[in-house]
Design a protein around this ligand. Structure first.
Ligand SMILES: Cc1ncc(COP(=O)(O)O)c(C=O)c1O
Length: 480
């Protein structure tokens, strides 16, 4: 109760005493009581204005306090509390039935809307329980094969292998396709570092390519200019659920005899002319990390067009062990397997995938509608007519008069968690030497002004309203 006591002052106390209370609690405010009941609130500003008129520190605080104040019953739910806050109201007293202050909500302590959180309300627990009951908790078991089969059904023509995360999926794809030292792989300059790291694991050279200002994915024209005799593959990354320009990239790959490895970590469910991402190239990878559209905690999937390459990858995934001769290794492999426990969660998630995808898209539609008239936003995510954007993470670009990080700080004060766009790869120490010339203005720009909003499928419609309201207020305040 210390925090509450620190805020309280009795109505007959002098302004001097009230100012001391405010000074000690460092909240800029005191709660005024009479016989234990809240009767008013006084901020240091209220007292200052009163003193300028009356110049008497010994007057009682009840003369200076605000009798019209906002308070809520202590049993109010989080959402009501969050919606009651506005830009100048930072603290809400919570009262019992007698009108006594029993708690306070402040913007920093009230519930936060996370950027992304998993939704596990289907058969997840039941299937995990099944693994535990049957003791099939390791990397063999029916859920691993079921998870792979479901993925193949969703991605016709591809051979699926479940792996322990999206990074190992990328590494396995590159290794199985024979990417090695001396090879170059063209990869977008704005992506999660794992795309680039996986290329480096193979001792190959990542070639950082500028992004397209509309899609924020690989700029095909630049990619073409970056092709050399050493280029072995192109790795488009479908950023935030957007679809890279696959028709153009496929033509480019065909003309130059290059492999395509799609990084679909953020784009499960995205489509181009009804064709799912992950089916356009020689291999494709997915991540099921906790924040992804479907999650297994940690987990990944790799798809191969060629059955033979998939077979090679299966051996590589399993320590390089000969499948027909136990403990005999013809090649050096890895342990990149997914457990049955994780796959059990994945199967349950995929069972509800149409619903999950629909909710992601509805959230994006709602943001689009509500943000279209908000001043201060330079760009909302684009969706070409033939693209189905899975909207993993709703991301917008602020006008460049804003300090994006300051906007984020203000949003979190109001319980809205947000995420900056990735740093461009070429700015970070391990990758600086990969791109030394030419400006990368689009990468720099989207990275400096890009902001991702809460996008979980658990988001309620009034959460979206709240996020939009807080963003709008913040941009208004900070544009002054
Ligand atoms: C574009 C991209 N590629 C690869 C990965 C790596 O996946 P994981 O975290 O499952 O290793 C991620 C995300 O985490 C990603 O966003």
């Amino acid at each position: 109760m210390k925090t509450i006591d620190e805020l309280l002052v009795e109505s007959h106390s002098s302004l001097r005493e009230a100012l001391k209370v405010i000074d000690r609690n460092m909240r800029g405010i005191c709660l005024v009581t009479e016989a234990g009941k809240l009767v008013g609130i006084a901020s240091d500003g209220d007292i200052r204005r009163f003193l300028l008129q009356h110049e008497d520190l010994e007057r009682p605080i009840r003369d200076a306090m605000n009798r019209e104040f906002i308070a809520l019953p202590v049993e109010s739910d989080d959402r009501l509390i969050r919606h009651t806050f506005h830009s100048r109201l930072k603290l809400i007293p919570l009262l019992d039935i007698e009108g006594r202050v029993v708690d306070v909500a402040d913007v920093q302590r009230s519930h936060r809307i996370p950027v992304l959180e998993p939704e596990l309300s289907g058969n997840e627990l039941k299937y995990v329980q099944d693994c535990v009951t049957t003791t099939w908790i390791s990397s063999q078991g029916k859920y691993v094969s079921r998870f792979e089969e479901m993925f193949e059904e969703m991605h016709p023509g591809m051979n699926a292998l479940a792996v322990c995360n999206g990074t190992s999926a990328l590494h396995l794809a590159l290794e199985a396709l024979g990417v090695k030292s001396g090879d170059e792989v063209i990869v977008p300059n704005v992506t999660f570092a794992a795309s680039v790291n996986a290329i480096l694991y193979c001792q190959a050279t990542p070639v950082l390519c500028e992004i397209d200002p509309l899609t924020w994915c690989l700029d095909v024209n630049e990619a073409e200019k970056l092709i050399t005799p050493k280029t072995k593959a192109i790795m488009p990354v479908h950023l935030y659920g957007q679809v890279s320009q696959m028709d153009e990239l496929r033509s480019l790959a065909q003309a130059h005899n290059l492999l395509i490895i799609e990084d679909c970590a953020e784009a499960i469910g995205s489509k181009l002319r009804s064709q799912p991402v992950g089916t356009f190239g020689d291999a494709a990878t997915f991540s099921f990390f906790g924040n992804k559209t479907i999650s297994t905690g940690e987990g990944g999937m790799v798809l191969f067009k060629s059955f033979d390459v998939a077979q090679r990858a299966r051996i590589l995934r399993d320590h390089g062990m000969d499948p027909n001769k136990r403990y005999w290794h013809n090649i050096v492999g890895f342990n990149y397997r997914l457990t049955n426990l994780q796959a059990a969660v994945g199967v349950a998630q995929l069972e509800r995938f149409p619903l999950i995808l629909k909710r992601k898209r509805d959230i994006a539609t709602s943001y689009h509608k509500k943000l279209s008239k908000v001043k201060g936003i330079a760009k909302l995510p684009s969706e070409a007519t033939e693209v189905l954007h899975s909207n993993w993470l709703f991301t917008l670009i602020l006008e460049d008069k804003f300090n994006r990080d300051k906007v984020m700080q203000q949003l979190i004060l109001h319980g809205v968690d947000t995420r900056p766009v990735f740093y461009p790869m070429h700015q970070m120490p391990p990758y600086q030497t990969l791109r030394t010339s030419e400006s990368l203005q689009h990468s720099n720009h989207i990275s400096a002004y890009g902001l991702s909003l809460p996008s979980s499928v658990t988001l309620k419609d009034d959460d979206i309203d709240y996020v939009v309201k807080i963003l709008e207020n913040t941009l208004e305040e900070q544009s002054a």
